[in-house]
Write a protein that binds this ligand. Structure first.
Ligand SMILES: Nc1nc2c(c(=O)[nH]1)N[C@H]1C(S)=C(S)[C@@H](COP(=O)(O)O)O[C@H]1N2
Ligand SMILES: [Mo]
Length: 402
């Protein structure tokens, strides 16, 4: 080593440096070296807030659900990833949120079974547990009609959690459910006494009874202390505050299956439409964002009730060309999937959209394709068209109601 090229570090110099640093207040040193770094209300001057029994959001961050009497909507544009914080999970109640004492909770299972049984919450928790991340979505999710709409306004009736509970098949084996049974009825203990008929094959596949959400006991809004979880199937069938399951060989044709969740498709009536079709939505840039020319990351969410998202394409030229977006892994089945796409905006007006393909090969339809198939453009259930955002030359972004 050529010693001349390196300044000699003496023992004294080293000690002096250490002492000097110890004697001079750090922020004065920094202020000299990095003028502008130390703000007038320097948080390093006194200790901050202490610990707390319950954590809280930064007071500068306040994502909120928008609410009506019957539902509340998740602020999709505020999500950085796929798990919806539990207090931002959308809500849909047909007659409010019941107050259920977990010590008194019971789930009765009867009908075509060898052993009709009642399960307490502790009983349910004593079975081998499973955790699964999947989305929930109201079958009526999708609003349109004006340009000043956010993703929350358009599609806020979907959220995602990691749910923990017991496989319904485990419980059905316990009661000796008949293999000849074709359907089961799930009943909630809210004032709506919401009931839905579910085909048995879903019970033997991936249905669950869940009691926890994102690592803690499920929230009352989501069905505390236990709800039915049917991954990928319309929200309404995921009966909350579950109190009774009857096993049978025919659907019960409940109110939610005849007057609701049943709808005209051209000259026919569609009933029992279980799976939520694949759909996607850009969550940035959207109304009311304002963008600048140059590079920006187009972001959004895509999902399918039939399995995994395999592809999300983004168009930034009104649909002339489509490019594959990056999917944030791991991509889970029947789960919200985050996509990102780098785009250089040249400052001219254009329209952008996303289009998802799922593992069955199904491609999200355009508004026109959906209208041709359904005989309607908006309203009703299971509407999942591609949605466009208008980028104006001044950088403002507006929804394109079609
Ligand atoms: N018992 C009961 N279960 C219910 C409902 C209800 O009103 N009562 N609403 C249903 C509807 S329409 C939807 S979309 C989902 C909403 O679930 P969430 O409120 O946990 O988001 O729950 C379903 N399960
Ligand atoms: Mo719903």
């Amino acid at each position: 080593m050529d010693k001349k090229k390196y300044p000699k570090i003496s023992r004294r110099g080293l000690l002096g440096g250490v002492l000097g640093a110890a004697l001079l207040p750090v922020n004065k040193v920094l202020a000299k070296r990095l003028p502008g770094l130390i703000p007038p209300d320097d948080p390093t001057k006194s200790p901050g807030r202490g610990t707390s029994k319950l954590g809280q959001r930064s007071k500068y961050e306040n994502p909120v659900k928008t609410t009506s009497d019957i539902s509340s909507r998740t602020p999709l544009q505020d999500m950085y990833s796929t798990i919806t914080p539990s207090d931002l999970h959308y809500e849909r109640h047909h007659a409010g949120i019941p107050d259920i004492d977990p010590a008194k909770y019971e789930l009765m299972i009867h009908g075509m079974v060898d052993r009709p049984m009642k399960f307490t919450l502790a009983d349910l928790k004593s079975f081998p547990a499973v955790a699964r991340t999947c989305f929930l979505e109201c079958a009526g999710n999708f609003r349109t009609g004006k340009e000043e709409m956010t993703p929350q306004d358009i599609l806020g009736l979907t959220s995602q959690s990691e749910w923990t509970g017991v496989m319904l098949s485990t419980i059905f084996r316990e009661v000796g459910a008949s293999h000849a049974a074709k359907w089961f009825l799930a009943e909630g203990s809210d004032a709506a006494v919401l009931t839905r008929s579910v085909p048995m094959y879903k019970a033997w596949d991936d249905a669950m009874i869940v009691y926890a959400q994102n690592g803690e006991a499920m929230r009352p809004e989501q069905g505390y202390p236990a709800r039915l979880l049917l991954p990928g199937w319309e929200g309404n069938m995921n009966v909350k505050w579950l109190r009774r399951i009857e096993i049978g060989d025919e659907p019960w044709m409940t109110r939610e299956e005849t007057s609701k969740y049943t709808y005209p498709v051209k000259d026919k009536i569609r009933m029992f439409s279980f799976e939520m079709d694949a759909r996607s939505i850009i969550t940035y840039p959207v109304y009311p964002n304002k963008i600048k020319s140059g590079y920006l990351e187009i972001r959004g969410l895509a999902w399918s009730g039939r399995g995994k998202v395999t592809k999300v394409e983004v168009s930034t030229d009104g649909g002339k060309t489509w490019l594959d977006a990056n999917l944030q892994g791991p991509v889970l089945s029947k789960a919200h999937t985050y996509f990102r796409h780098l785009w250089e905006w040249d400052g001219t007006a254009t329209e952008i959209a996303s289009r998802v393909t799922d593992e069955t090969g199904y491609v999200q339809p355009s508004v026109q394709q959906l209208a041709d198939a359904r005989g309607t453009k908006a309203g009703g259930y299971h509407m999942n068209p591609i949605n466009w955002w208008q980028i104006k030359a001044d950088g403002s972004v507006l929804f394109k109601p079609e």
